[in-house]
Design a binder for this molecule. Structure first.
Ligand SMILES: Cc1cc2nc3c(=O)[nH]c(=O)nc-3n(C[C@H](O)[C@H](O)[C@H](O)COP(=O)(O)OP(=O)(O)OC[C@H]3O[C@@H](n4cnc5c(N)ncnc54)[C@H](O)[C@@H]3O)c2cc1C
Ligand code: SF4
Length: 474
C-alpha cells in the first residue's frame, strides 16, 4: 500500500526549498511531507576534495542527450542542487522586464506584476541574506537589503561617478558582514565551491527544513512521474534501491528545474504544445581591459558592480538588453608596476524563447533530449553591437587597450520550458505556477519564465516559489 502524505516535493534546491519553507510555516504539527531528491548528500568537505569534478561540470553530461554537444547545460543533481555551485549574484528583475511586450514590443508580458512580486522578493532576499545598496535605481524596493553593500573597487568608483543612477554595488548572497550562520565573504573568488561556506546554499541556510519532524527526506530517490487521474494528481512514482515505488499526496510540487520538470510532466501524460519548448539561457560575453595607471581589485567580493547602461531604453525594442558585471577576481598582469591594472567586464544578455529550442523525451522514454539551434536574432543583434554599445563605458575608464572575448559556452541559467501565463492554450502553468489542467500540481523554477531578461534568475525563482505558495496555501 503506498504511503500517504499531505504534500510531496520533488527536488531540494531553491525552487522547492523556498516553497517548503512557506509550507512548513503554516502546516500543522501532524502534517506529513515527503521530499524526493534524485542525488546524494555531498557536504562541503566532499566538494573540496572533488574540486575538479565540481568545476568541470562533468557530472551534468550523463543526465541528458543533446543535438548540440558544443552547448552544455549545467545541472548538479544532489541535495541542495545548483545552490551548492552557484555564484550568488541576486539582482531583481526590473518592472519593465515583466512587461516586455508592452514596454518594448517583443516577447510577452508576465502574468504577474512587479508590485505583486515585490513583498516576495523582499522575503526571498531576507532568506538569502542578500547584501546590496539601499537605493537601487533599477527597481523599487519596500525596504533596505538585509545586509549592507559590498565595497566597490577603485575602477567601480570611476564607473559609479561616470554613470550616476546606472552603476551600483551588485546585490548578492555573498554576505558583506558575518551572519548568524555564515562567515563574511573574503573575496577569494572561487564561489562555485566557496571553501569558507560563506555564500548562501540550501545546505548552510535551509538544512533545518529537511530535519523537520514532519518531513521525510529520501535521497537517491528520483521521481519518475506524477500519477494523474482526470484533473487531479494522486501522487508520484519514484525509484529507490532499483525498485519503482509510489506515494500518494494531496499536493505535488515539482522543483526539479527547467530541464527535468518538463520531462516529468511528459512522463505523466501531460502533453501540451508549449511543454518543453522555448528552452533558453542568457548569453554572457567578456571584455578584458588593460588599464592605464589605475589599480583594480580592492572590492570585498568576487563580483562587485552592476551596470545598467546597456539594459533598458529604446534600443531594447531592437536588440537584447544586457547587464554589466565588474569582476573582482584578480587576473594579474605580468608587467612590473602594472600587476593590478586590469579589469574583467562581463555583459549578460537576455534571450527570447524560440519554439525550435526544446527539451523532449528521448526514444528510451526516460532521458531528456535537448534540441538546441542557437539563441535568437534579438540576442545576436545585441552581440553584434556590444563593442559599439560599450563605447561610452570604456570611454569613461583609463583604458590602455581592450579585447572582446568569445561568447561564453553557457550561462548556466536554464529557462523557459514550462511557461506560466493567463491563457491555458499558450502556457503550461497559471499565474501561481499551478498546472492549468491539474489543479493540485505546482511546477516551480525558471521553466516558468516566459522571457529571460538580463538579470540572473535565481532570486526571481525563489520569489516566485514564495508567491506560488502564498496563492496555493491561502
Ligand atoms: C556555476 C553556476 C553558477 C550560477 N550562478 C548563479 C548566480 O550567480 N545567480 C543566479 O541567479 N543563478 C546562478 N546560477 C543558476 C542557478 O543555479 C539556477 O537558476 C538555480 O539553481 C535553479 O534552481 P532550481 O531549484 O530550479 O533547480 P536546481 O538548482 O537545478 O535543482 C533541481 C533539484 O532537483 C533535483 N532533481 C532533479 N531531477 C529530479 C528527480 N527526477 N527526482 C528528484 N529530484 C530531482 C536535483 O538533484 C536538484 O536538487 C548558477 C548556476 C551554475 C551552474
Ligand atoms: S568570494 Fe570567496 S568567500 Fe566570497 S562567496 Fe566567493 S568563494 Fe565564498
Amino acid at each position: 500500500m503506498p504511503q500517504r502524505y499531505d504534500a510531496i516535493f520533488v527536488g531540494t534546491s531553491f525552487a522547492s526549498s523556498f516553497f517548503l519553507h512557506a509550507y512548513l510555516a503554516q502546516a500543522p504539527a501532524d502534517a506529513r511531507v515527503l521530499v524526493l531528491e534524485r542525488g546524494p548528500h555531498r557536504p562541503l568537505a566532499w566538494r573540496l576534495q572533488h574540486r575538479a569534478q565540481v568545476r568541470g561540470w562533468g557530472e551534468s553530461r550523463g543526465f541528458y542527450r543533446t543535438s548540440n554537444r558544443d552547448k552544455p547545460w549545467v545541472t548538479h543533481v544532489e541535495l541542495g542542487g545548483n545552490s551548492n555551485c552557484w555564484w550568488g549574484c541576486t539582482p531583481r528583475m526590473t518592472p519593465a522586464d515583466l512587461t516586455m511586450r508592452t514596454s518594448f514590443g517583443v516577447g510577452v508580458d508576465w502574468p504577474v506584476r512587479y508590485e505583486e512580486l515585490e513583498p516576495f522578493y523582499a522575503e526571498a532576499e531576507r532568506l538569502l541574506q542578500v547584501a546590496g545598496p539601499d537605493d537601487h535605481p533599477a527597481f523599487p524596493r519596500s525596504g533596505p537589503y538585509p545586509l549592507p553593500p559590498h565595497r566597490l573597487s577603485d575602477v567601480d568608483r570611476i564607473l559609479a561617478d561616470a554613470f550616476p543612477g546606472e552603476f551600483v554595488p551588485q546585490p548578492c548572497a555573498r554576505p558583506s558582514v558575518a551572519t548568524a550562520k555564515r562567515a563574511r565573504c573574503c573575496a577569494n573568488g572561487v564561489c562555485e565551491i566557496c571553501p569558507i561556506d560563506s555564500k548562501f546554499t540550501v545546505l548552510n541556510e535551509l538544512a533545518h527544513l529537511f530535519e523537520d519532524p514532519r518531513v521525510t527526506l529520501l535521497l537517491e530517490a528520483p521521481c519518475t512521474g506524477v500519477d494523474v487521474e482526470g484533473a487531479v494528481a494522486r501522487g508520484v512514482r519514484f525509484e529507490r534501491d532499483g525498485r519503482e515505488e509510489e506515494a500518494r499526496g494531496d499536493l505535488v510540487i515539482l522543483g526539479a528545474n527547467a530541464l527535468f520538470n518538463p520531462v516529468l510532466l511528459l512522463r505523466s501524460g501531460l502533453e501540451h504544445r508549449e511543454l518543453g519548448r522555448g528552452l533558453n539561457e542568457q548569453v554572457g560575453v567578456n571584455v578584458h581591459v588593460l588599464l592605464d595607471g589605475v589599480d583594480n581589485f580592492q572590492g570585498s567580493t568576487s563580483v562587485t558592480g552592476h551596470g545598467y547602461m546597456l539594459y533598458g531604453g529604446a534600443r531594447r525594442r531592437e536588440r537584447a538588453g544586457g547587464l554589466l558585471e565588474t569582476w573582482n577576481v584578480p587576473l594579474l598582469r605580468l608587467e612590473p608596476g602594472k600587476y593590478r591594472q586590469q579589469l574583467r567586464l562581463r555583459v549578460v544578455f537576455e534571450d527570447l524563447r524560440q519554439p525550435q529550442n526544446r527539451v523532449r523525451l528521448a526514444d528510451d522514454g526516460v532521458t531528456p533530449e535537448i534540441i538546441w539551434d542557437g539563441h535568437s536574432d534579438y540576442t545576436q543583434r545585441a552581440l553584434e553591437h556590444v563593442e559599439e554599445d560599450l563605447g561610452p563605458v570604456l570611454g569613461a575608464l583609463p583604458v590602455e587597450s581592450f579585447e572582446m572575448g568569445p561568447v561564453d559556452e553557457t550561462e548556466a541559467h536554464i529557462l523557459g520550458t514550462t511557461v506560466f501565463g493567463e491563457d491555458p492554450r499558450e502556457s503550461v502553468l497559471d499565474r501561481r505556477l499551478v498546472h492549468h489542467r491539474v489543479r493540485n500540481l505546482v511546477v516551480l523554477g525558471g521553466g516558468a519564465f516566459p522571457t529571460s531578461t538580463p538579470a540572473n534568475p535565481t532570486l526571481t525563482i525563489c520569489a516566485l516559489s514564495l508567491w506560488s505558495a502564498a496563492g496555493v496555501l491561502a
